[in-house]
Design a binder for this molecule. Structure first.
Ligand code: NDP
Length: 333
C-alpha cells in the first residue's frame, strides 16, 4: 500500500483528498501534521487517521508514510516539499506550488535529486468535460482554435474566507488561488503555451491588505490564440464556463470550473449542435490514481512539477500585469 502523510490539517484534505486517497485500492492515510497539536489530534480523530504530529520531521520519520500531500498555506509548500523529498517521500503538492518560480524550481529539483515523484494538484485537468474538450480539439472538431473564454468568477464560501483574503505573505488573492488553475486548464485543453498577458484586478469587497478578489486577464498563446479569463471570489450567481472557439466550430462548456464532477460540453458547428458525451468521475480520485500509477512506475501524474511551475509563471505574470498596467511576457525564469 501507499501510506499518505497529510502535511496540513486543511479543508481541502477533509473535503476531498482524504476520501480520494482512501478510494484507491492501495491507498491509506496514516498520519497528519498540524502546527497546532490540539487541532491535529482532533482532526485525526475526526477523520480516523491513526497518528498526528506537530512536527514535520516526526511525520517524515514515520516509516508507514511513503508519500506526502502538502496542503498548507502557500508560503510553507517549498520547505515542506524539499524536506519530504530529502526524507525519500513522494510529494503531491497543492497549487500554487510556491510564491516564486525559483522556489517552485527548487522543489522540483529536490524531488528529482531524491528520485521521488512530484506532482501538482491541478484537479481540473482530471474533469471529464475538460478532457472531452481537449480530445475534440485534437480530433479537429472545431478546426483551428482561435479564442478561449474562461468564466471562473465564484463566491468564496464563508468557511474559506481567511488567509486568501488578508494574508499576502501566505500567497492570498484570487490570482494565485484561481487564475493559476485556469492557466493549467487552458494549457491542458488547448495543448498550447501562454506567451504574454495583460490584466486588471480589483478589490470588490472581500480582499484586504491590498489583495485582489477579482481579476480579468487576456492572454496570448504560442499558436496566436487569445484567451479571456474572469476570476473572482465575489460573484455569487455567475455560474462557470469554459469556451473554445475555432475556425470550424465552438465548444461551450458550462458548470465546469468546479471541484464537483459535473458540467456539460456543447459542440456547435455548421452541422448544428450536439452535447459531447462525458463520463463524470471524481476529479481528485482520478488525480490520486494517476499519482499512484506514477509511484508504481506504470504511469505519470496528471499534472507534474513542470505543469505547476508553468501555471505559477502565468499567475505571477498576471499579477505583475495587473500591478503595472503593462503587457507582461510569461517566462519561466
Ligand atoms: P485551510 O485554510 O483549510 O488550511 C490551510 C492551513 O490552515 C492548514 O494547513 C492548517 O494549518 C490551517 N487551518 C485550517 N483550518 C484551520 C482552523 N480551523 N483554525 C486554524 N488553522 C486552520 O486551506 P485550504 O484547504 O483551503 O487550502 C490549502 C491549500 O490547498 C492551499 O495551497 C490552496 O491553494 C490549496 N487548495 C487547492 C484546491 C484544489 O482543488 N486543488 C482547493 C482548495 C485549496 P496546520 O497545517 O497547522 O494544520
Amino acid at each position: 500500500p501507499i501510506g499518505w502523510g497529510l502535511v496540513g490539517a486543511s479543508t481541502i484534505a477533509s473535503e476531498w483528498m482524504i476520501d480520494a486517497f482512501r478510494a484507491q485500492p492501495d491507498g491509506a492515510v496514516v498520519a497528519v501534521m498540524s502546527a497546532n497539536a490540539e487541532r491535529g489530534t482532533a482532526y485525526a480523530a475526526r477523520h480516523g487517521i491513526p497518528r498526528s504530529y506537530d512536527q514535520l520531521d516526526a511525520l517524515l520519520a514515520d516509516p508507514a508514510v511513503n508519500a506526502v500531500y502538502i496542503s498548507t498555506t502557500n508560503e510553507l509548500h517549498r520547505d515542506q516539499a524539499i524536506a519530504a523529498a530529502k526524507a525519500g517521500k513522494h510529494v503531491l503538492c497543492e497549487k500554487p506550488l510556491a510564491l516564486t518560480l525559483a522556489d517552485a524550481r527548487a522543489m522540483a529539483e529536490a524531488c528529482a535529486a531524491a528520485g521521488v515523484r512530484f506532482a501538482t494538484n491541478h484537479h481540473l485537468r482530471n474533469a471529464a468535460p475538460h478532457r472531452a474538450m481537449r480530445q475534440a480539439i485534437k480530433d479537429g472538431l472545431i478546426g483551428t482554435p482561435i479564442a478561449a473564454r474562461v468564466a471562473h468568477a465564484v463566491f468564496l464560501p464563508p468557511h474559506l474566507q481567511g488567509w486568501r483574503l488578508d494574508k499576502p505573505q501566505a500567497g492570498g488573492g484570487v490570482i494565485l488561488d484561481i487564475t493559476v488553475h485556469d492557466a493549467d486548464t487552458l494549457r491542458f485543453v488547448l495543448d498550447d503555451e501562454p506567451v504574454e498577458v495583460v490584466a486588471m484586478s480589483q478589490r470588490g469587497g472581500l480582499g484586504q491588505e491590498g489583495l485582489e478578489d477579482g481579476a480579468m486577464t487576456i492572454a496570448r498563446f504560442r499558436s496566436g490564440l487569445i484567451a479571456q479569463i474572469h476570476d473572482a471570489f465575489t460573484v455569487r450567481h455567475g455560474g462557470t464556463g469554459f469556451e473554445v472557439h475555432g475556425t470550424a466550430g465552438s465548444l461551450i462548456a458550462r458548470d465546469v470550473m468546479t471541484q464537483r464532477p459535473v458540467g456539460s460540453v456543447l459542440l456547435r458547428t455548421a452541422d448544428g449542435e450536439r452535447e459531447l458525451p462525458v463520463s463524470p468521475e471524481n476529479l481528485y480520485v482520478r488525480a490520486v490514481r494517476a499519482f499512484h500509477d506514477s509511484v508504481r512506475g506504470t504511469g505519470a501524474p496528471a499534472a507534474d512539477g513542470e505543469d505547476g511551475l508553468r501555471s505559477l509563471a502565468f499567475a505571477l505574470a498576471v499579477r505583475e500585469a495587473a500591478a503595472s498596467g503593462r503587457c507582461v511576457p510569461v517566462t519561466l525564469d
